[in-house]
Design a protein around this ligand. Structure first.
Ligand SMILES: Cc1ncc(COP(=O)(O)O)c(C=O)c1O
Length: 495
């Protein structure tokens, strides 16, 4: 094995860190057709380092051990280690082994959440993506054709950076009707999803001298990453049973806070009426800003969705949402409605950022909403997702009796707290990965230490057919009993 010639880092993470992700990341490569297996292994390993799944300093198993665990020839592993060492991803030293080098900088925190589905996972419960096969292709294609037929040439020039007037009007009517938002089309800005809305707000707040915003903890790592791109730091604020805890917010000194009141991400709490009003009191008293990320507010299964916080005080709430859950994240279409005093600066930022969203796509969405297609799509998704949620809760009750589920009334994921006998969490997660089930524990999303020792999982169900949900839970149960299939090594070295 070649050596990079430099000293190993002082701190090396033991190979336990490696093995917890190894099955999930390397197994598909190991079962690739023989002629592509070597390259597949190298790509999977490279990607694991690049994405930050394998952190610098992580010690890799010996080539002999990894080859045996993956059931590939040792030569393939040696070759992969040599290739990646030559490229700088790994470092190795005679007698000291191989470890992940410190040269590669992983993507910004949270970027892993937006990664495509776990390669090779048999069942992927990670939340974040709707069922993309429910995208209304025929209706969308018909609308596209109709729009292209009727749009004048002039409409293909640079659009209004706020968005096409017809889309802003359609969205304003939709959000007023469905989410109780106070939506003036003149103040609504069409943008590339919630992600761009956060960045736009970040730039504007930074321009006004703000350097820190509050975020929910646990919460979405994306919020932190997006504000960081505008040079704004985030400070995590704890939750209680009713939503973001009021007193820590009041004590924190922040003047802006990012929230997910309709279905808190990831705990699934719907903020209580009392907490919504207390937050608004805070915003009024401090002249603060509540950023409302309504990422899956359309989906509520037991009754009509709770209206948006913004409707109660549009001067202190910046409201954002997108079609990422209702249609497809790949459309990159969303909206931002900020307090009137911020609109001009937001539009100026939007103009310098990208000169506006693609005109044809905007026109298509406007016509799709106006023609009733969007409401039909929501009804269709709602039916499908309710059925999947029911399948998940029923199957958990059957295979993991005593599990406490929460956050089930809305959204596209639930929290499952398993009875104590299923811990500790790292063992549970390693067994799940060994069984080919991709999922994330609640602890991945927060920094506030929990006294609850139970294994708590964030389970996304929207993207899985009911039969896949049942299979996933059964695989998990079998893995926990130690009866996972032999094709994946039974988790032997991983626990
Ligand atoms: C908390 C949260 N907000 C927003 C989004 C959606 O972002 P976007 O609208 O940019 O696709 C997601 C996506 O999974 C999310 O988890």
């Amino acid at each position: 094995m070649s050596s990079s010639g430099t000293n190993p880092p002082p701190e090396r993470v033991e190979s336990g860190e490696f093995v917890s992700v190894a099955w999930e990341l390397l197994l598909p490569a190991a079962s690739a057709p023989a002629r592509r297996r070597g390259r597949a292994l190298q790509s999977a390993l490279r990607e694991a380092v690049r994405s930050g799944s394998l952190v610098p300093g992580t010690r890799l198993p010996s080539s002999r051990a990894l080859a045996a665990d993956l059931r590939v020839s040792r030569g393939l592993v040696t070759e992969a280690y040599e290739q990646l060492t030559a490229e700088g991803y790994l470092r190795s030293e005679q007698g000291a082994g191989t470890w992940v080098s410190g040269v590669v900088r992983p993507a910004i925190p949270g970027a892993r959440d937006l990664a495509p589905r776990a390669l090779g996972a048999r069942v992927d419960f990670r939340s974040g993506t709707p069922d993309l096969s429910l995208f209304p292709r025929s209706a969308w294609a018909a609308t596209y054709r109709s729009v292209l037929r009727r749009l004048p040439h002039s409409a293909l020039g640079y659009p209004d950076p706020r968005g096409l007037p017809e889309l802003r009007e359609a969205l304003a009517a939709l959000l007023t009707r469905r989410r109780g938002v106070v939506a003036d089309p003149e103040r609504l800005v069409v943008c590339s999803g919630v992600a761009q809305a956060m960045t736009l707000l970040g730039f504007v707040l930074h321009g006004r001298g703000m350097r820190t915003v509050g975020v929910e903890d646990p919460g979405s790592p994306e919020h932190t990453a997006l504000f960081a791109s505008a040079a704004i730091a985030t400070t995590g604020l704890p939750l209680d049973d009713e939503g973001l805890a009021a007193e820590p917010l009041e004590r924190s000194g922040v003047r802006a806070v990012v929230t997910t009141p309709a279905h808190q991400f990831p705990t699934g709490i719907a903020y209580s009426a009392a907490r919504r009003s207390r937050l608004l009191d805070w915003a009024r008293a401090t002249d603060g800003l509540i950023v409302e990320d309504d990422y899956d507010g359309d989906f509520r299964y037991d009754r009509a969705p709770v209206g948006a916080l913004q409707g109660l005080d549009p001067q202190h709430v910046a409201y954002t949402g997108s079609v990422s859950k209702s249609l497809a994240p790949g459309l990159r279409l969303g909206w931002l409605l900020a307090p009137a005093t911020m609109t001009d600066e937001i539009v100026a930022r939007k103009r310098t950022m990208d000169l506006g969203n693609p005109a044809v796509d905007q026109a298509v969405l406007a016509e799709f909403i106006g023609g009733g297609g969007y409401d039909r799509q929501l009804r269709r998704c709602q039916r499908a997702y309710r059925e999947r949620r029911d399948a998940l809760t029923a199957t958990l009750a059957k295979y993991f009796p005593g599990t406490e589920v929460s956050g089930i009334a809305a959204g596209l994921h639930i929290i499952a707290r398993l009875p104590g006998r299923h811990g500790p969490e790292p063992v549970f997660m390693a067994r799940a990965a060994a069984a080919g089930v991709a999922l994330r524990p609640l602890s991945d999303f927060g920094t506030v230490a929990s006294t609850d020792r139970r294994v708590s999982l964030v389970l996304g169900y929207a993207q899985l057919a009911p039969q896949d949900i049942v299979q996933g839970v059964r695989l998990l149960a079998a893995a926990q009993r130690g009866t996972a299939g032999p094709d994946i090594g039974g988790g032997r070295v991983f626990i």
